[in-house]
Design a protein around this ligand. Structure first.
Ligand code: 13P
Length: 250
């Protein structure tokens, strides 16, 4: 049985007091979530300590949104995987399309980040997905294939077992456009097929999340697809009611 996950990527939103209030609102309603759904929140770095303190008595896990590609040292502004793990985080998002697009993150950088996250006991939520022009040109399979092969195929099976994959078509992020359940299932099945070629039966155990304007009104249809194991939620994760409603879509 694959783990079902609903993860909230807060991106660069909320002040610390606002983030604490959001975490408290989620903690207060966590009993309403099916026991087999793992909730995760990924607030900004400044919030990791207070949000972890609020959520440590609940089953909600805390994730970072990124980690450095170096273990420590003179890298001003960076936050190391070891630091993230030291405040009780158990996950980190890696390779989000906003990091790739705006901060020039490449597969080469992501290979280093992946290794450091895993070495420090963090479970990576590795994001892949095509841009709008790539989808229009029918290149989405090849784009996603390269993102998977270049970063995940160098991992051992033991490492791969700790990775969560998130498919996020860039054209659906924050745009209100959502991939149809059919489009999402098609590419999720394709990703699982790629993982099967490299890692064999382990591919059936890997959680693959959908991200991109996932909200309470479409979560049920998306989560009903056989290869969609949950969601990575942006905008809708900033409202406790919507985030909980998405998790209840299972
Ligand atoms: P939205 O849900 O706001 O489209 O964002 C998706 C996302 O990028 C999550 O990482």
């Amino acid at each position: 049985m694959r783990k079902k996950i609903v993860a909230g990527n807060w991106k660069m939103n909320t002040t610390v007091p606002e983030g604490k209030a959001l975490a408290e609102a989620i903690a207060a309603r966590v009993k309403e979530i099916p026991a087999d759904v793992q909730l995760i929140v990924a607030p900004p770095f400044t919030h990791l300590v207070p949000v972890s303190e609020i959520l440590c008595k609940t089953p909600v896990a805390v994730s970072a949104q990124d980690c450095a590609d170096e273990p420590k040292g003179a890298f001003t502004g960076e936050v190391a995987a070891s630091m993230i793990a030291s405040v009780g985080c158990t996950y980190t998002i890696l390779g989000h399309s906003e990091r790739r697009q705006y901060y020039g993150e490449t597969s080469q950088t992501l290979v280093k980040k992946m290794a450091l996250a895993l070495e420090n006991g963090l479970k990576p939520i590795y994001c892949v997905g095509e841009m709008k022009d790539e989808r229009v040109a029918g290149r989405h399979f090849e784009v996603v294939k390269a993102q998977i092969e270049e970063v995940l195929f160098g991992l051992s099976a033991e490492q791969m077992a700790k990775v969560v994959v998130a498919y996020e078509p860039v054209w659906a992020i924050g745009t209100g456009l959502t991939a149809t359940a059919e489009q999402a299932q098609e590419i999720h099945a394709y990703i699982r097929g790629l993982l099967r070629e490299k890692f064999g039966a382990l591919a059936e155990e890997i959680t693959i999340l959908y991200g991109g304007s996932c909200k309470p009104s479409n979560a049920k249809e998306l989560f009903a697809c056989p290869d969609i194991d949950g969601g990575l939620i942006g905008g809708a994760s900033l409202k406790a009611d919507d985030f909980i409603a998405i998790a209840q879509a299972y």
